[in-house]
Ligand binder design. Structure first.
Ligand SMILES: [Zn+2]
Ligand SMILES: [Zn+2]
Length: 286
């Protein structure tokens, strides 16, 4: 199991590996551009070549790229749809250029669930048919706030079912989003039943990454608030997620709140501690 964080590209890609090492990352996620805007600069060839060399020598990997937030592939608004399609195509190409094998897509939202899901599949088909393969597109389950789609395993399944080149599609399981969407993860039994449902609906073969986040909000709240590992409403369920047999060979990336390096190190330490902790810790005598 490889562990990592979402890492900033501030100051250039050449600063990423140092930041990843500081956080004891074995794998990383990043944005290739400002996640809250449409504008972007072309990648700087020298900067990227330095980054790729550093990645190679550090042994950190794989790199997961996360798409910017503004895109909505389910929208009925023509202008926004065009920008969203361009955005996805651009990020697939940028991911390939920086040597990232995976791009995490922003699913989108729509008032009508059925046509919204169909529109997402159609959008994916359009983009995939125009961009060479090489980067796998990952759908991430959402918390389902407002009209956000992709909060149930069934919805993700429906999107995948209508993608023509479905071998190019994978899935990210975000634990905070699943929990907020109503999938219980608090106990060993709850983790097993949620993950079994995932396997039956989508299949473990699609699962490429776990976003390991605790949740500040209750199960079924549909409110997306990531929290520190073990300190949120999932709490000790984090232990059972980390020890779940079917997840052992997957990369785990944390998107926990951070104001400074210390918080990342605290979460990394916590996860490593949970990983070596025996299943039924003996009662402590103090
Ligand atoms: Zn996530
Ligand atoms: Zn989130």
């Amino acid at each position: 199991m490889k562990l990592g964080f979402h890492v900033s590209i501030a100051g250039g890609f050449r600063n990423v590996v140092a930041r990843a090492k500081e956080r004891q990352c074995e794998t990383i996620q990043l944005f290739t551009r400002n996640p809250r805007g449409w504008k972007y600069n072309p990648l700087d060839a020298e900067d990227i070549s330095i980054f790729k060399h550093q990645m190679k020598t550090s042994g950190i990997g794989p790199v997961f790229v996360h798409m910017p937030y503004l895109a909505n592939l389910a929208t009925t608004r023509k202008g926004l749809l065009k920008r969203s399609l361009d955005s996805l195509g651009t990020d697939l190409k940028r991911s390939a250029l920086i040597g990232a094998p995976f791009l995490i897509m922003h699913i989108g939202s729509a008032q009508n669930v059925k046509t919204g899901l169909e529109r997402i599949s159609r959008s994916i088909n359009r983009v995939l048919s125009s961009v060479p393969s090489g980067v796998k597109l990952l759908l991430e389950n959402t918390a389902g706030s407002g009209a956000e789609l992709g909060h149930s395993f069934e919805q993700l399944r429906k999107i995948i079912d209508k993608v023509e080149q479905s071998a190019r599609i994978g899935v990210v399981l975000d634990t905070a989003h699943a929990f907020a969407a109503g999938y219980d993860l608090r106990t060993e039994a709850a983790v097993a039943s949620t993950l079994t449902l995932f396997d039956q609906t989508i299949g473990y073969d699609r699962l490429c990454l776990v976003h390991l986040n605790d949740s500040k909000t209750e199960c079924g709240s549909h409110s997306d608030r990531h929290w520190h590992i073990g300190k949120g409403k999932i709490g000790h369920g984090m232990y059972h997620i980390l020890h779940y047999p079917a997840l052992q060979n997957l990369p785990f990336i944390m998107e926990t709140p951070r104001t400074n390096l210390k918080e990342d190190l605290m979460n990394m330490k916590k996860v490593r501690k949970l990983l070596v902790q025996p299943k039924r810790p003996r009662k402590q005598t103090k």
